[in-house]
Design a protein. Structure first.
Length: 524
């Protein structure tokens, strides 16, 4: 017997060494010690079908998703031959004085070509049903030379090689299971993230979420990433807390910590099946800056919707542009400060929006926005004034697969007269006084929705003033058209074209601008 065991010992040892290691899912179950033990299935209930082992490639594709959209864009600018307001003319620079103006031919580049691509991919439950991955990449590049001063100039020209890669997201998410005991309802996400809350936080770090029947808590933090600057302050973090007081009422507390703290408290309550109200109060750097209240009504059949809102800017201690403006930029290529649009002013604004559907072929709507500066005489500026904004629109379906859309828009800005201005550089009274535009669009589907065509046009009239002149009813117009074709379930090809005659007051040398795009969208 001893001889038999000794003879079998090497085989048993080698068999033990070659035994397969536990998978990722089993490893995670061992880490979480509070997991509930799984019950052994009854053999009588087991399926009798033979088990087919998937190949690694097939198994990966079952958990993989991929979506991309790439388009080529051509911008064409046609000129009138007139010189620009600053005196620039389309003539070669000979090094000698030109009495007709300042020669600079680069400002008259007729066209530019670019390529744009956005790709989103990842996995769901590959290797373990607990693990998801997500990646998003945006790519932009000039295909033709675009000199400084060209009307086709873009932010891409500020980067080396006139190209820009932007990894928008690159993260791994680990989720719990209902059988994980105290860890049930939790998830951990780490990598490059975009977390939504008081503001959008873009960071390289981690976010932890704990979900319970009565509340949900998310904590996040890491290093802020930026494609356009080198901020000295990199640390960023925050928290989002959602309290579910009852099935119809919730309170959310959203916080973001970056240089200064941003906090927002949101109350949402459903009064009945058709009426929902919400309100929030926001603070920045310890000062209350915003108050907002909204009500949304929808009829039982959804044919009538009505939204009403009130907004109040409480103080001027807020930020302009975005919350990252206080960061100190260390990039030597960004020596200039950002464009200053004036001080933040306190104001009140009322918003109304209503839509009504009549039968199956007609849907009418309208919107109203009224803004009033708290101190109209002292706070008015070229980019900040009281105004009334009106919109009326109609969506019509005259025939099967045909849709038409029409809208009339008017905006009246309340500006004081510049007649009593003492300083020539005083811009408080400068800006538009009236904008009126009409838009129409027609859409048609063919071949069971495999081909869609659309076309439209707009006409606009603008009035404006400054310390030297009044200009009334300057016209501007344009046309647009688009088409897309669905080649199969995963592939779509699309085309876009637009033509605009330019606003001659700002650029009298430009006659019109055209944009043509052709692209491909594909998803797996």
């Amino acid at each position: 017997m001893k001889k038999l065991l000794l003879s079998l010992a090497p085989a048993l040892l080698f068999a033990q060494a070659d035994a397969p290691k536990p998978g990722i899912a089993a490893a995670w179950d061992e880490v979480i010690s509070t997991a509930v033990a799984s019950a052994t299935p009854d053999p009588a209930l087991a399926h009798s079908a033979p088990k087919v082992e998937p190949t690694p490639v097939v198994d990966f594709l079952n958990h993989f998703y991929f979506e991309t959209r790439t388009n080529y864009e051509h911008n064409q600018t046609n000129f009138t031959g007139a010189r620009q307001i600053n005196g620039v003319i389309n003539a070669p620079n000979t090094g000698f004085f030109n009495p007709n103006g300042i020669p600079y031919p680069d400002a008259y580049q007729p066209g530019a070509d670019r390529i744009y691509s956005f790709t989103d991919w990842g996995t769901r439950g590959y290797g373990s049903d607990r693990v998801n991955t997500h990646f998003a990449l945006r790519y932009r590049q000039d295909l033709s030379r675009v000199p400084q001063g060209s009307p086709n100039q873009n932010i891409i020209e500020t980067f080396y090689g006139h190209r820009l890669f932007e990894f928008m997201d690159a993260s791994v998410e680990i989720n719990s299971k209902p059988t994980d005991g105290a860890f049930a309802g939790t998830s951990l996400q780490f990598g490059r993230l975009n977390v939504y809350g008081a503001e959008i936080a873009s960071l390289d770090g981690a976010a932890f979420t704990l979900a319970r029947p009565r509340y949900e808590l998310t904590l996040f933090g890491g290093r802020r990433f930026s494609f356009f600057s080198d901020p000295a302050q990199r640390g960023i973090g925050g928290a989002n807390l959602l309290l579910k007081l009852n099935p119809n009422t919730s309170v959310a507390i959203e916080s973001l910590w970056y240089i200064r703290g941003i906090n927002r408290v949101i109350l949402r309550k459903r009064l009945n099946d058709r009426l929902l109200i919400s309100s929030y109060l926001r603070s920045y750097g310890g000062a209350l800056v915003d108050f907002d209240a909204n009500a949304l009504y929808s009829s039982r059949g959804g044919r009538t919707t009505l939204r009403a809102g009130f907004f109040q800017k409480l103080t001027d201690k807020d930020y302009s542009y975005d919350y990252t403006i206080d960061a100190r930029d260390q990039d030597p290529r960004n020596p200039l400060l950002r464009l200053y649009l004036g001080a933040i002013s306190q104001y009140s604004q009322l918003n109304l929006d209503a839509h009504q559907q009549f039968g199956r072929r007609v849907r009418l709507g309208g919107a109203l926005a009224l803004r009033r500066l708290n101190d109209f005489k002292n706070d008015q500026g070229p980019f900040n004034t009281s105004f009334e904004d009106y919109r009326l629109n109609a969506q019509l379906f005259p025939y099967r697969r045909i849709e038409t859309y029409f809208e009339y828009h008017q905006r009246n800005s309340d500006r004081l007269s510049p007649a009593n201005t003492d300083l020539l550089d005083d811009l408080h009274f400068t800006g538009e006084t009236s904008v009126k535009d009409v838009t129409g669009e027609l859409r048609r589907a063919f071949g069971e929705g495999r081909l869609n065509l659309s076309g439209g046009a707009y006409y606009r009239r603008i009035s404006m003033q400054n310390a030297f002149f009044y200009i009334n009813n300057i016209h501007q117009s344009g046309v647009l058209g688009s088409a897309w074709v669905r080649l199969d379930r995963k592939t779509r090809v699309y085309f876009d074209y637009s033509l605009d005659n330019d606003f001659f007051l700002f650029a009298p040398d430009i006659k019109n601008s055209q944009v043509f795009r052709i692209g491909l969208a594909w998803k797996y």
